[in-house]
Design a protein around this ligand. Structure first.
Ligand SMILES: Cc1ncc(COP(=O)(O)O)c(C=O)c1O
Length: 416
C-alpha cells in the first residue's frame, strides 16, 4: 500500500475532534453573567474564582485552593510559599514538560533532574534517593499524561528526609491514585488550564493544599505579599499578582460537571486502541507481553496504584528502533498525527546553563527514542476510530526505512 506521504490514499481524511470542545450552555451562561456583571477581576467581589478554588480543593480532598494565572507560576508559588528557594535543590523527573524545572528556577532553587521508571515513565523513587543531597528541599512528582505517579514510595522518601512534595498535576484533572484524588497526595498540587489541558480557559492554573499555614503563605505569594484578611496596602511578605480572572473561572467552573464524562470518553478510546494494538501485534495493556524485540508497539503502562487515569495523552512505545522523523511525518500524512514527546530535561542546554543538575537518565533517553503520544483531542473521538490509528501504524511501520545511519533494523510489524 502506497503511503500517503508518497502520494497514496490516507487512512483517514476526516478531521479529529477539535480542542477545546464547543462551549456548553452552562459555560456560556456563566461567562455571560460574569461579563455583564463587570466584575472581571478576582478582587472585585465576584465569587466565581472562589467557587472554582473551593470546588477544586474539594475534588482534590483538601481544604484549600488558590487560583493562579498558569501552572508554571503555580508551581513557583507553591514552592516559595512552602519555603523552598535559594540554596535549595528540587528533584524533578527527566521526562516532563520544561515548566516543571523552570518553576524551580523561578523560585531561585536548583532543579535536579532524576530519571523516570523505565516502564511507566513517572519519577522513580530509586532515582530520587540517588539524587538526594544535603540541599534537597523538595520533590516534584509529575502525574504524566493523566496517570498518577506512584506516590506512596515517593512520599515515603520525602518523609524520611523531611522534604516538601509538590505534585505537578498540570495534566491530571480528575485522576486518582489508590482511589484518592491527585493534588491532595503531597503537600500541594498544581493544575494547569492552559489551552491543551483537560479543562482549559486558554490559560490558568490552580494550587490545592492541605495545610492552613502553607495555604496562607501561598495565597500571599500570589497576592503581592498581602496577608489574608489584612490591609490592601499592607505587604508583610514579598509577593506578586498571580491571580486568575473571573472570566477564566467562569469557563472552568461548569466544566467540572462534565470532566468525568470526558475522561470516560477518552478511556473508551484508549481501551479501543489497546484492543486494536493487541489484535495487530499481540501487545497487551502496558506492553507486558510485548517485550523488546517483539517488533511491536504497545501502550505505556500506568504506574502501580492508578485507579483513575484522566487520559490526557496516550503514550505508545515502539519495541524496535524506528526512524522517528519518518514515522511522525508519515503518520501525519495518513491523517493520524502523533506527537514526538519530550526530550529529556537534562539534554536542554538552557536549563543546564541556569544551573540545573542532571543525574544519569537512561530511561528518559530511551523514552525520547521509543515513545510517541496520541493527543487528547484524538482520544475524544468515537472509539471505533481507534482502528484508524492501528491501521495507519501498521501501514507506516510496514514501509519504515532502516532507522538511523547505523543501519539498525527496520521495524516489521510481525503478528503475534
Ligand atoms: C507537566 C506540566 N507541568 C507544568 C506545565 C505548565 O503549565 P502552564 O502552561 O499552565 O504554565 C505543563 C503544561 O503546560 C505541564 O504539562
Amino acid at each position: 500500500m502506497t503511503l500517503a506521504l508518497h502520494g497514496g490514499t490516507p487512512v483517514r481524511s476526516a478531521p479529529w475532534p477539535a480542542w477545546p470542545p464547543p462551549l456548553d450552555p452552562a459555560q456560556r451562561a456563566l461567562v455571560t453573567e460574569v461579563l455583564e456583571s463587570g466584575r472581571w477581576g478576582a478582587t472585585q467581589g465576584g465569587s466565581t474564582v472562589t467557587d472554582l478554588t473551593a470546588a477544586f480543593a474539594h475534588r482534590s480532598g483538601v481544604p484549600y485552593g488558590v487560583a493562579v494565572g498558569n501552572a508554571t507560576l503555580g508551581l513557583f508559588a507553591a514552592l516559595r510559599g512552602m519555603g523552598v528557594g535559594r540554596g535549595d535543590e528540587v528533584i524533578v523527573p527527566a521526562y516532563t514538560f520544561v515548566a516543571s524545572a523552570t518553576a524551580v528556577l523561578l523560585a531561585g532553587a536548583t532543579p535536579v533532574i532524576a530519571d523516570v521508571d523505565p516502564a511507566d515513565l513517572h519519577l522513580s523513587p530509586e532515582a530520587v534517593e540517588a539524587a538526594l543531597t544535603g540541599r534537597t528541599a523538595a520533590i516534584m512528582p509529575v502525574h504524566l499524561a493523566g496517570s498518577p505517579a506512584d506516590m506512596d514510595p515517593l512520599n515515603a522518601v520525602a518523609a524520611r528526609h523531611g522534604l516538601v512534595v509538590v505534585e505537578d498535576t498540570a495534566q491530571a484533572h480528575g485522576a486518582t491514585y489508590k482511589d484518592r484524588p491527585v493534588g491532595g497526595l503531597g503537600d500541594a498540587g498544581v493544575y494547569s488550564f492552559q489551552a491543551s489541558k483537560a479543562m482549559t480557559a486558554g490559560e490558568g492554573g490552580l494550587i490545592v493544599c492541605r495545610d492552613e499555614t502553607a495555604y496562607e503563605a501561598i495565597w500571599s505569594v500570589c497576592n503581592l505579599g498581602r496577608e489574608l484578611g489584612g490591609q490592601w496596602y499592607g505587604h508583610p511578605s514579598v509577593g506578586w499578582n498571580l491571580r486568575l480572572t473571573e472570566i477564566q473561572a467562569a469557563l472552568l467552573l461548569p466544566w467540572l460537571d462534565r470532566l468525568d464524562a470526558e475522561i470516560d470518553r477518552r478511556e473508551a478510546f484508549c481501551a479501543a486502541v489497546e484492543r486494536e494494538l493487541a489484535a495487530e501485534w499481540g501487545a497487551t495493556h502496558g506492553g507486558e507481553s510485548a517485550g523488546a524485540g517483539s517488533g511491536s508497539v504497545s501502550v505505556v503502562p500506568r504506574p502501580p496504584g492508578t485507579t483513575r487515569d484522566s487520559r490526557h495523552l496516550l503514550m505508545l512505545r515502539f519495541h524496535e528502533p524506528v526512524d522517528r522523523e519518518f514515522l511522525l511525518a508519515a503518520m501525519a500524512a495518513e491523517g493520524v498525527p502523533l506527537e514526538g514527546g519530550y526530550p529529556p530535561l537534562g539534554t536542554m542546554a538552557a536549563l543546564v546553563r541556569e544551573g540545573a543538575r542532571a543525574e544519569p537518565c537512561p530511561a528518559a533517553e530511551a523514552a525520547a527514542r521509543e515513545v510517541v503520544w496520541v493527543r487528547q483531542s484524538m482520544l475524544m473521538d468515537d472509539p471505533r476510530h481507534a482502528a484508524h490509528l492501528a491501521e495507519a501504524l501498521a501501514k507506516v511501520l510496514a514501509a519504515m526505512p532502516p532507522a538511523g545511519a547505523d543501519g539498525a533494523a527496520p521495524v516489521r510489524p510481525g503478528r503475534a
